[in-house]
Design a protein around this ligand. Structure first.
Ligand code: FE
Length: 203
């Protein structure tokens, strides 16, 4: 880096950042422990990728639902009983096709539709992923094991606080006639982020 460019500020390790938050809360007489336990329980039990998988499987098997999902993700998720935090004002499902592959990120931090696909993986929060998936998406996806043919267009979607994206992946060949439950079982969090496609079932 040339000497004229400013040095990016260094970021303290996560433990020191957690300690700093704790000490501020202590100073204000706040005790977040119960909240943390409860939030962790909700995240483990209710904010799971099986929710998004059910939505995807319904969209794969019910064209009318698929149309409603693409028109208004929030309303379509509610049809299956999935609520979103109020500040997730828009839930947008991005339809993969043979020609177009979608991938999501949050260049600012780690936003996801976490009630639908679960909390973001650690790599999703890395500076590396957040910066590079925008600039060199094809390379990043390849490094993550998804080698897309050059003719497939990649669209990168940057999540914001009030607009959350979920990829509606391609239904793999060889799943004709499968039940919604069977289909939901093969939908992964990675496929709803867009860093993986769902492999066809082994013959
Ligand atoms: Fe974010």
């Amino acid at each position: 880096m040339p000497a004229s460019e400013p040095t990016p500020p260094s970021v303290a390790p996560i433990e020191r950042r957690v300690d700093a938050v704790h000490s501020v809360l202590d100073r204000h007489g706040l005790h977040p422990d119960e909240f943390v336990v409860e939030a962790t329980r909700v995240a483990d039990e209710q904010w799971v990728p099986e929710n998004g998988a059910r939505i995807v499987a319904r969209a794969w098997t019910d064209p009318a639902y698929r149309a409603r999902l693409l028109a208004n993700g929030r309303a379509a998720a509610a049809e299956l009983g999935f609520e979103l935090p109020r500040h997730h004002r828009h839930l947008v499902f991005l339809e993969d096709t043979e020609q177009v592959h979608n991938v999501i990120c949050c260049t600012l931090c780690s936003c996801t539709a976490f009630t639908i696909i679960g909390l973001p993986p650690d790599w999703y929060k890395d500076f590396d992923y957040r910066a590079r998936v925008v600039r060199e998406s094809r390379t990043v996806l390849k490094e993550m094991g998804l080698d897309l043919p050059p003719e497939v267009e990649i669209r990168v979607w940057d999540t914001t606080a009030d607009t959350r994206y979920v990829v509606l992946p391609l239904r793999p060949r060889g799943t004709e006639g499968w039940s919604e439950r069977q289909l939901a079982a093969i939908v992964t969090k990675d496929s709803m982020i867009g860093v993986a496609r769902i492999a066809p079932p082994a013959a």
